[in-house]
Design a protein around this ligand. Structure first.
Ligand SMILES: Cc1ncc(COP(=O)(O)O)c(C=O)c1O
Length: 379
């Protein structure tokens, strides 16, 4: 018997949510659309481009819609193979917010840059600038380049101020590279800020550092057409600063427990569109039930655990690969094998990457499917 394809095993449109085989990754379409509208309105009100990061869902259809909602704003990818999947599926304006390194990868990058209407990549120092220049020169192609500046996350990025100026000059000296501006991914604010006022202050401080760098570059005759900033939590604060031209949030359509915990003052369970529906497979004791959603279904790469979307009397306390342990001591009565429990996912980007398919649900019925086309595309 041939192995059934994902398309053959997915639930038919119109299927009740209660009949979807578990575990499954669902997205509540009304909630997702409300989240998207919120970020579109924010971008319009603050006159910034909303170029969504598609690393969260890895699906070209959703990416196309997000680009359209942003006024043909294009998309952002984190890996070159994500760019390839999106390009193959008709998206022609892509920013790669990551450094491509290695000969084969740079050949792929230059080829993509030739094919796409608009493409830019990221650098932060001579170590990734020089090989990019060489690869571009070999094919006679000009590549748009964004310089990443480290405004506090201390991941990648050159320090703001003089070091950024020096690196921008170095990029400008390369005959096949076009300096297009700065990336300032300010995600450190998520771990430092607790209140809304702190988000406002810390994001503004980070953007002031970017402004100083832009002023310095421009005073040296280097124009900075673009300033891109990051994520779901911070871009709605950073995006208010006049230096910012573009926001690149990724998780905002779906949300997750991380967003709930980091911003309890403005995110609640009703904002969380992505859930995993699971079934109780065993009730070994009065205070314990086990569901069919463990760490191969719900990624727990952060400190968060899954949170029940609709119940307060159950706690997800531990996971092995295919088992999720629930503390049911507070349940009035008891859970039974077969009971269905829906969880908000701890970290949505890595959870999506565990699934073949995202199932869109409206009013309790299956409406749409999105294959996770760039699943596993880490190269
Ligand atoms: C450079 C960059 N921009 C934007 C994002 C999107 O951020 P978020 O997932 O918080 O929406 C990420 C996420 O990792 C990122 O690395």
């Amino acid at each position: 018997m041939p192995t059934p394809t994902t398309a053959e095993t997915r639930p038919a449109p119109g299927t009740s949510k209660d009949e979807i085989e578990t575990p499954a990754l669902l997205v509540n379409l009304d909630t997702m659309e409300a989240n998207v509208r919120e970020y579109v309105s924010f971008a319009e009100a603050n006159d910034v481009r909303l170029r969504s990061h598609v690393k969260t869902h890895k699906n070209a259809e959703l990416a196309k819609r997000q680009s359209e909602y942003g006024g043909d704003s294009g998309i952002v990818c984190q890996t070159l193979s994500e760019v390839e999947v999106m390009a193959r599926n008709g998206i022609d304006d892509i920013y790669l917010s990551y450094m491509a390194v290695g000969r084969r990868k740079l050949e792929r990058l230059v080829w993509l840059s030739e094919k796409l209407d608009r493409f830019a990549t990221t650098v932060d120092g001579p170590g990734n600038v020089e090989p990019l220049q060489e690869a571009a020169a070999e094919r006679g192609e000009d590549i748009d380049v964004i310089l990443e500046v480290d405004v506090g996350l201390h991941r990648t990025g050159v320090a703001p101020g003089e070091p950024a100026l020096e690196t921008a000059r170095f990029v400008r000296e390369q005959p096949n590279l076009n300096f297009q501006g700065l990336l300032a991914y300010e995600a450190h604010v998520k771990s430092e800020a607790e209140t809304q006022a702190e988000y406002e202050t810390y994001c503004a401080e980070a953007m002031d550092r970017v402004q100083e760098t832009v002023d310095l570059l421009e005073s040296e005759g280097i124009s900075v057409p673009e300033v891109k900033v990051g994520g779901t939590a911070t871009s709605r604060y950073s995006g208010r600063h006049p230096v910012v031209t573009e926001i690149n949030p990724g998780m905002y359509p779906f949300m997750d427990v991380g967003e709930l915990e980091h911003r309890p003052f403005e995110v609640d369970r009703t904002d969380c569109a992505a859930t995993v529906v699971s079934s109780v497979i065993s009730t070994p004791s009065e205070d314990r039930a086990v569901v069919d959603a463990g760490s191969k279904t719900l990624s727990m790469d952060t400190s968060q655990l899954p949170v029940p979307r609709y119940r307060d009397d159950i706690e997800y306390v531990n996971a092995s690969e295919e088992h999720g342990w629930l503390d049911t001591a507070d349940v009035d009565g008891s859970l039974a094998v077969g009971d269905r429990i829906e969880f908000i996912v701890p970290h949505v980007c890595t959870t999506v990457n565990l699934h073949d398919m995202i199932i869109g649900v409206r009013d309790g019925r299956v409406e749409e499917f999105w294959p996770v086309q760039a699943r596993g595309k880490v190269k």
